[in-house]
Design a protein around this ligand. Structure first.
Ligand code: NI
Length: 136
């Protein structure tokens, strides 16, 4: 019997979407308001899903206290109230789109979660825009 447990988290962060080879006009055409040279913020909402088997001893799939601590260390502490372009090394040369942020989060979680579990990352950049990445 396989099922999925979810833990929600939240962070506020600033970013700018741009290609440095393009001028501000071209960046605005492609990335819109998210290319503002002075950065802007989003309230990111995150749902981490962990899929696997229930441990018959505990009835847990995974200890949610442990999962919450890993999300804090890997996502909330390094991303919350940060400028993603400037302060998060993963985005030094990668546009911090919601797609790329979800992939970075998935990779960081994968490094910390036992390989017997599957991981999914659902990340909202706005209440209406979100992505789901599960490593495929
Ligand atoms: Ni934006």
């Amino acid at each position: 019997m396989s099922l999925t447990v979810f833990r929600k988290a939240h962070f506020n962060a600033a970013h700018r979407l741009f290609k440095k080879e393009w001028d501000d006009d071209k960046n605005f055409k492609v990335f819109g308001k998210c290319s503002n040279p002075n950065y802007h913020g989003h309230n990111y909402e995150l749902e981490i899903g962990i899929s696997g088997e229930i441990d018959p001893d505990t009835g847990f799939l995974i200890d949610l206290k442990v999962l919450a601590q890993i999300i804090k260390e890997e996502v909330e502490d390094p991303f919350d109230h940060k400028n993603l372009n400037i302060e998060v090394p993963e985005f030094k040369n990668t546009n911090p789109t919601v797609e790329n942020i979800a992939i970075v989060i998935w990779n960081k979680m994968r490094a910390r979660i036992d390989s017997k579990y599957d991981i999914s990352v659902k990340l909202y950049e706005t209440p209406r825009n979100f992505v789901i990445y599960n490593g495929n």
